[in-house]
Design a protein around this ligand. Structure first.
Ligand code: SAH
Length: 196
């Protein structure tokens, strides 16, 4: 239906706004700082753009009738799980931005004064921000009762992650060499590592 129909759509909208504010604040903070290396390919641009569409499709779902044909019903308890997952996603997004500071960039790049961050969340996992996006994508599906608006982001995020992470790690290895090699050996990718 058109507009906010239930508590989970309201929770999604509130989380979406909070996540957008976090991203905007840190994009502003990172606006200076030139790139010395950029890794941009057509596949990256297509996948990042598709990811953006997957993230904003819920707004079309909530405020237009265009996606109503894909509505379905989910039990309420899944919505509460989605709420907890979304809260976790936002916490990870905020903390990973705070930890990465000015080293962050939407496309893969090494900045002029780039340093390897190994503290905060990065002490345990190398990709907390991608973990945040994955949790966001799952939460979106659990909060919105619509096949398209709910799951589009997850469907795009998985290939984006699979294409991007090896490239990013190769770039970091080129830049930080042994320091990064050692960092990889003691951390998990997207999930915390409990073994040496
Ligand atoms: N993969 C990380 C960061 C995503 S942002 C995460 O999921 O949290 C992508 C940019 O972050 C890349 O352009 C790369 O230059 C930078 N980056 C990734 N890991 C980093 C680290 N440990 N220290 C500094 N910069 C890093």
């Amino acid at each position: 239906m058109l507009g906010i129909d239930n508590i989970f759509e309201l929770i999604f909208l509130a989380g979406f706004i909070a996540g957008s504010v976090i991203r905007k604040v840190y994009t502003f903070k990172c606006r200076h700082g030139k790139a010395v290396k950029k890794h941009k390919s057509v596949v990256d641009i297509i996948l990042i753009s598709a990811g953006g569409v997957g993230m904003v499709l819920p707004l079309f779902y909530l405020f237009s009738p265009w996606l109503n044909f894909a509505d379905y019903h989910l039990p309420g308890w899944l919505g509460w799980i989605g709420t907890a997952v979304f809260a976790m996603a936002l916490l990870l997004l905020w903390r990973s931005h705070a930890d990465l500071g000015r080293n962050w960039s939407a496309i893969l790049r090494i900045r002029q004064e780039h340093s390897l961050v190994t503290g905060g969340l990065y002490r345990h996992i190398r990709h907390p921000m991608y973990a945040a996006h994955l949790l966001w994508a799952i939460a979106q599906g659990l909060l919105l009762e619509n096949w398209l608006a709910g799951w589009a982001f997850l469907i795009v995020f998985v290939p984006l992650y699979l294409v991007r992470v090896p490239k990013e790690e190769r770039m970091m290895l080129e830049q930080f060499d042994e320091q990064y090699r050692q960092y990889v050996s003691r951390t998990g990718g997207i999930i915390m590592r409990f073994w040496k």
